[in-house]
Design a protein around this ligand. Structure first.
Ligand code: HEM
Length: 182
């Protein structure tokens, strides 16, 4: 993945655990890189190893860490010059989720080798259904956290849950907006 994701991970680890924790984590997981560069691409294994190592150090379930990191990542990326791009994609959570592919397409202009996930939002009587397709495995809890981070941007409250057996070839989340933006 592009280093931007790993730079957000570093900010997450340092915010939650203190500045020395990143060094310790890189050492413990044998990370070949400490200072990730946003526009460079790195093996996905580096990201998985660091997130897994962090969960292990804290005795926390991996899914919980991925969720927390996802929410943090959105708040972090806003500080990296992307707040206006996010806001261009919508004025509320569901509208932004509807425009996620367009958002990643814009990002791809600057990150040509992006392997974007693909999203599709379907309206439903019991909350919207967010369909998520990716070339990567194991990131469903990360998506849940990212959606929570988007809701935070609009001061909304959402409930996101993975629909068990949602679809045979991709993942489906139910997104309920509990408190809409004022
Ligand atoms: C301006 C905000 C955003 C930026 C700059 C951004 C950028 C990126 C980048 C650089 C990657 C790495 C892909 C690669 O290197 O191949 C990525 C992956 C990803 N993005 Fe975004 N993104 C943004 C917002 C979002 C939001 C709001 C969501 C979902 C709610 C999202 C969902 C994901 C997911 C799930 C991945 C992991 C890759 C995968 O599933 O295959 N992104 N994004």
């Amino acid at each position: 993945m592009y280093g931007m994701v790993n730079r957000g991970l570093r900010a997450y680890v340092e915010t939650r655990g203190g500045p020395e924790e990143w060094e310790q984590l890189c050492q413990a997981t044998g990370s070949p890189v400490r200072n990730f560069v946003s526009l460079e691409r790195y093996d996905d294994g580096a990201t998985y190893a660091l997130v897994g190592g962090y969960a292990e150090r804290h005795g926390a379930p991996l899914a919980e860490v991925l969720r927390d990191f996802g929410q943090f990542w959105v708040s972090w990326v806003r500080t990296q010059g992307y707040e206006s791009l996010l806001r261009l994609a919508g004025n509320d959570t569901l509208t932004l989720l509807r425009n996620l592919d367009g958002l990643h397409a814009r990002i791809q202009l600057g990150y040509p080798e992006l392997r974007s996930p693909s999203f599709h939002l379907e309206d439903g009587p019991d909350g919207a259904l967010l369909h998520y397709r990716s070339q990567r495995a194991g990131l469903a809890p990360f998506v849940e956290g990212l959606v929570a981070g988007v809701a935070e941007l609009f001061a909304e409250q959402v409930e996101v849950s993975l629909v068990p057996d949602g679809a045979p070839d991709h993942e489906v989340f139910r997104v309920r907006v509990l408190k809409e933006a004022a």
